[in-house]
Design a binder for this molecule. Structure first.
Ligand code: ATP
Ligand code: MG
Length: 300
């Protein structure tokens, strides 16, 4: 199958790594202070990369991340004084300081759903945190909980760990700093989202350490629909709606639902029809418009 979204050749930059969604480039002059983080339009579901790409998704995710970085009061990895974003990827790329990434995904949950709900149903707890009995899928928690995961190598699943396990990986001081920063940022973002009629159900942050100053810095993408689960507050609060509609997220749910209905998960997944691609992009754009009050970025 042709890969329509293979990493680009970008003058002045060397391709270093591709994750499921983003491509990382380092300056071709060999300096290692910066990284170009390019958000592709690739989409994956059930751990399969899908075709075709969702043209325009990379721009929306980048714009949303930048909007949040501007509002969150913590040092982040963007470096406006660093090299300029090359023309070829303008709008879908960020120039960031290269950090030593900490190998823990900092998940915060304000509601219990998804893999957290599955773990709760099995054990009554999530990442070792005991929760009240009789919670239903999608219930808000009294206070947000920090449920870290170990960062798995490409192609493997991240694994939920307890806070004490994160201490073993990071040391107590760093583990506590990540937990406290994650809860604080989540709470700020949740309150802001609520003002825009959105429920921020959960999210994942990644942090790194500045190799020069040793400071802990917020990195990666933040509070995008790929790293977070948002619900429409009006739908969420409407008891007459079925649960699936109350908890409809602003990400690739449309793709997952279509695949579930058209594919038995053996062999290669089918190519997504244009209508599904369009509806998915519209859903990503809708979140951006609702949160920021701005027009969604143009598809280039
Ligand atoms: P997944 O699809 O599970 O998210 P991934 O995290 O490996 O996989 P991407 O999110 O596509 O893949 O790629 C982004 C990569 O860049 C991540 O490995 C992330 O940890 C890394 N990263 C983000 N910001 C920085 C930074 N400032 N310095 C160094 N690495 C960074
Ligand atoms: Mg990632």
């Amino acid at each position: 199958m042709t890969n329509l979204s293979a990493p680009l050749a970008i003058p002045g930059w060397e391709h270093r790594y591709s994750g499921k969604v983003r491509d990382l480039y380092a300056p071709a002059d060999g300096s290692d202070s910066h990284l170009l983080v390019v958000a592709s339009d690739r989409i994956s579901a059930f751990d399969f990369a899908l075709e075709p790409p969702i043209t325009g998704k990379g721009e929306v995710l980048t714009a949303l991340s930048e909007w949040w970085f501007d509002r969150i009061r913590i040092r982040n990895h963007l470096d406006p004084a660093g090299p300029t974003v090359p023309e070829a990827v303008r709008g879908r790329a960020m120039v960031s300081r290269r950090l030593n990434m900490l190998p823990v995904e900092c998940v915060v949950r304000g509601a219990i759903t998804g893999s957290g709900f599955a773990e709760y149903e099995r054990t009554g707890a999530v990442c070792g945190i005991e929760l009240p009995e009789h919670l239903a899928d999608g219930d808000l928690l009294e206070t947000p909980i920090y449920t870290p995961a170990s960062k798995a190598p490409l192609g493997e699943h991240d694994e939920n760990i307890s806070f004490e396990q994160s201490v073993e990986v990071l040391g107590r001081e760093t583990a506590e700093a990540l937990r406290d920063a994650s809860i604080r940022i989540f709470t700020e973002a949740r309150d802001l989202a609520a003002e825009r009629g959105l429920v921020l159900a959960d999210t994942k942050f990644e942090f790194g350490v500045d190799p020069i100053s040793g400071e802990i810095v917020l990195a990666d993408e933040v509070l995008t629909s790929d790293s977070s689960r948002y619900w429409d507050a009006a739908a969420y609060l409407d008891p007459t709606l079925p649960r699936a509609e109350r908890l409809a997220s602003f990400d690739k749910q449309i793709v997952r639902d279509w695949l579930s209905a058209h594919w038995d998960r053996t062999g290669e997944p089918p190519v997504l029809p244009a209508e599904i691609v369009d509806r998915t992009l519209a859903r990503y754009r809708e979140l951006y418009v609702r949160l920021t009050g701005l027009e969604a970025p143009q598809v280039s």
